[in-house]
Design a protein around this ligand. Structure first.
Ligand code: SAM
Length: 215
């Protein structure tokens, strides 16, 4: 299993940092996903990180399994669940090697795809979809594509350029991924039922995207 010292170090502050840096776009994307998660549903959080989204799903009555390569991220998520009095199954490992005991109703991958190099992303999506039952739902949120006007696309390049310069230098992501989330999910066999574009303010540039698809 590959070591993840940088994600380990970021575990205590990762979510607060990205929630602020994203102007609240990332919490909004995670909030929007909850409408696809029914009470009682089995939900896999792939690359769970500190797990505020996974906890929100558990508080809605979902049965949560959380997988992460970083032991510190997983510990942060487990501590969050413990404090909230909620339960989940926590699995330390590589999502590509994870074999579910039974197919899940929902698989969630938030800001995980951009951790993978471009040529490995199709295999990741195939692995995620492979964890689902027929008719199950895959939910992803991530950096998407530069969209809209020239000004909006320019803003995207500067904003994401700053973010990915930092994460690429730390070895967390590849340089400035332009993620066609719809294409990635459809190529893995998903039928898109929701595609949200997240802007920091009304009529502002699109900075992030989230997507729900049925398989
Ligand atoms: C950018 S963070 C996102 C965390 C969380 N999903 C969120 O949106 O707040 C990516 C997470 O994926 C985990 N990760 C990266 N590669 C992984 C892999 N191959 N298998 C499992 N987890 C992985 C990292 O350790 C990290 O916790």
């Amino acid at each position: 299993m590959a070591e993840t010292p940088t994600f380990d170090r970021m575990a205590p502050f990762y979510e607060r940092l990205v929630d602020l840096w994203s102007f609240g776009c990332i919490p909004r994307a995670k909030q929007a996903q909850l409408r696809h998660i029914e009470p009682g549903a089995s939900v896999l959080y792939a690359g769970v990180g500190p797990g505020s989204d996974a906890l929100a799903a558990a508080e809605r009555g979902a049965r949560v399994t959380a997988v992460d390569l970083s032991s510190k991220m997983l510990e942060a998520a487990a501590e969050r669940f413990r404090r909230a009095g909620e339960e989940a199954t926590f699995v330390h490992g590589d999502i590509l090697e994870y074999r579910p005991p039974a197919p899940f109703d929902v698989v969630v991958a938030n800001f995980l795809i951009d951790c993978f190099p471009a040529d490995a992303r199709p295999a990741l999506l195939t692995a995620l979809v492979g964890c689902l039952r027929s008719g199950g739902i895959v939910l992803v949120a991530d950096t998407g594509l530069p969209r809209g006007s020239a000004v909006g696309r320019g803003f995207w390049h500067v904003y994401q350029g700053i973010a990915y310069a930092t994460t690429t230098l730390q070895g967390l992501t590849s340089w400035l991924p332009k993620l066609d989330l719809r294409r990635l999910v459809e190529d893995a066999g998903g039928r898109v039922i929701e595609h949200g574009l997240l802007r920091p303010w009304r009529h502002g540039p699109v900075l992030f995207e989230h997507l729900a698809a049925v398989v």
